[in-house]
Ligand binder design. Structure first.
Ligand SMILES: Nc1ncnc2c1ncn2[C@@H]1O[C@H](COP(=O)(O)OP(=O)(O)OP(=O)(O)O)[C@@H](O)[C@H]1O
Length: 223
């Protein structure tokens, strides 16, 4: 699915955070959003993920303007097409690793339901083979990141939104996460990543510097 931002602006408390962003995130490509801390990367990621309503401008999904989408339409987009790997990863600590992948539980028990073979496959891809019956709370921070990506792999989400996936990971985990994201893009997904990590940037197909336009305008008005 193609995501397009057109003249996107976000103003918070009278302060422009995003100032006219034009951007396309194409399927089959990993697009990274870079820029200094506070430049608006997460804000842009949230707008592209329809989690945040911009002050003006549009977000298009496969050419369809989402501005008028009501909550039900947005929820269908999230349910059917997208996966989020955000900074707190959204892992349910008290549940099993398996349930965190399939996101479907039995009515009377918390046993994971869904396609077991695909669940095991997704865990294998994420380097978590054999961990399905453990409680997610037992996983390390890096393993939880990989579990969140396993969830996206299981879901076969067409759009993957990722915020700072490698922050506070060791080198081996960083490499695994980067390779997983590249593999999702090669599988045809639209992968959008907000990052400070040069290795993530080096692995990306497209780079967008957030705040560059603001910086250019500020430089132009310097005496
Ligand atoms: N809900 C909010 N209320 C007030 N200010 C906000 C809000 N959301 C974002 N901001 C401000 O908008 C600016 C951009 O924040 P954002 O989190 O998008 O930056 P970022 O580039 O992702 O930063 P980092 O690299 O540090 O994660 C910051 O100055 C932040 O304080």
């Amino acid at each position: 699915m193609e995501l397009t931002a057109e003249d996107l602006r976000v103003v918070i408390d009278g302060v422009p955070v995003l100032d006219g962003v034009d951007l396309t995130c194409a399927p089959g490509r990993m697009t990274v959003l870079v820029g200094p801390s506070g430049s608006g990367k997460t804000t842009l990621l949230n707008c592209l993920g329809l989690l945040q309503v911009p002050s003006s401008g549009r977000v298009l999904v496969d050419g369809t303007d989402t501005t008028a989408w009501r909550s039900g339409r947005r929820r269908r987009f999230w349910r059917d097409h997208s996966a989020f790997v955000l900074q707190d990863t959204g892992i349910m600590d008290e549940e099993s690793v398996a349930l965190n992948v399939t996101m479907r539980a039995g009515v009377l028990t918390n046993r994971a339901r869904g396609d077991r073979a695909r669940m095991l496959d997704a865990l294998g891809v994420a380097g978590l083979a054999g961990r399905q019956e453990e409680r997610a709370a037992h996983l390390s921070g890096g393993e939880k990141h990989r579990l969140a990506i396993a969830r996206a792999v299981y879901k076969d989400a067409r759009v993957l939104y990722v915020d700072e996936p490698t922050a506070s990971l060791d080198d081996a985990n960083r490499r695994t996460v980067i390779d997983l994201l590249v593999a999702r893009a090669r599988a045809g997904c639209t992968v959008v990543v907000a990052t400070h990590d040069d290795d993530v940037v080096a692995a990306a197909d497209t780079q967008y510097t957030v705040g560059a336009r603001r910086a250019a305008v500020a430089a132009a008005v310097q005496p």
